[in-house]
Write a protein that binds this ligand. Structure first.
Ligand SMILES: Nc1ncnc2c1ncn2[C@@H]1O[C@H](COP(=O)(O)OP(=O)(O)OP(=O)(O)O)[C@@H](O)[C@H]1O
Ligand SMILES: [Mg+2]
Length: 271
């Protein structure tokens, strides 16, 4: 191989020809995507294009009617969210996923409390509270998440802090793939910037990220590539270097033709 030949990117996860129907509604129609190792892949499309359904299929929350999913080249068959978690995939939903009355550290460890090192206490399922707190502090500091104390309840935290905490939890537990559904939708400018910065840090840690966003400016800033969905189909994937916010909008609306044949194209030919 010569120096000028680009290395083939390693694929963290791929989905091929995913179809999912809800009665007469085809939420996903032969949708495909490929997530490279250590990249941020933006997933865009109009309301109802199938983005959230696609993410739910990738995170084991929805079982597809057809199609293949591979993680690290291996065919997987997710039947429930725990299957995807086990494969190293963490999903952060917009309206998540934090328990108000619990502290930051309790939220980070929710459902996966580390057992105490003491073998007798372990038998009694006593959690290693000191260890959990220390590790939470380390991860939050590593990510630059500004939370005053990991011990206070998350009730009083801002939307940005809560989103950052959920992402930190994802990093702590699922280091390979993180799926984010509109993480900044409810946030102000400064908090959005914080979350975007955090997504960049995830990438610096070698984590691969799928990011759904309706904010084109944000996507061209933080994503490496973008996959566009239209009516349940994945119709184009482009490097961000080749895109402007306007071209993404054009691909979403159909003003710019799809890379694959779509039913609208066929209809146009028939007409
Ligand atoms: N549980 C469900 N039952 C019935 N129809 C559903 C269900 N989930 C999704 N759909 C339908 O599937 C299509 C795709 O929905 P989806 O939520 O994936 O879109 P989206 O791209 O995430 O949209 P948005 O940008 O508004 O979040 C829509 O027509 C939606 O109404
Ligand atoms: Mg959605």
């Amino acid at each position: 191989m010569s120096d000028t030949t680009p290395a083939t990117p390693e694929i963290a996860m791929s989905a091929r020809n995913i179809t999912r129907r809800y009665g007469a509604v085809v939420a996903l129609a032969d949708a495909s995507m490929e997530l490279r190792k250590g990249e941020v892949m933006g997933l865009v499309g109009d309301n109802g294009a199938g983005k959230s359904t696609f993410l739910k299929v990738l995170s084991g929350a929805v079982i597809p009617d057809a199609g293949d999913i591979r993680v690290g080249g291996e065919l997987v068959n997710f039947r429930r969210p725990a299957d995807a978690l086990e494969a190293g995939i963490e999903t952060v939903y917009q309206d998540l996923a934090l328990v108000d009355t619990m502290s930051a550290v309790q939220n980070v460890y929710l459902g996966r409390e580390e057992l105490s090192k003491n073998p007798f206490l372990r038998l009694l399922n006593v959690v290693n509270d000191g260890g959990m707190r220390k590790r939470s502090r380390e991860v939050l500091a590593e990510l630059g998440v500004g939370i005053q104390s990991v011990n206070v309840s998350v009730k009083g935290m801002s939307g940005g802090q809560r989103q950052c905490l959920a992402i930190a939890r994802a990093l702590l537990w699922g280091r390979q793939i993180v799926i984010l559904d509109e993480p900044t939708a409810a946030l102000g400018v400064r908090e959005s910037a914080q979350v975007l910065d955090l997504i960049g840090r995830l990438r610096d840690h070698g984590v691969s990220v799928i990011l759904v966003s309706h904010n084109m400016q944000q996507l061209v800033t933080v994503a490496d590539r973008v996959t566009v969905m239209r009516l349940g189909r994945s119709i184009a994937t482009r490097d961000v270097a080749d895109l402007t916010p306007e071209t993404i909008v054009g691909l979403i609306t159909g003003a710019i033709p799809a890379d694959v044949a779509t039913p609208e194209d066929t209809a146009a030919v028939v007409r």
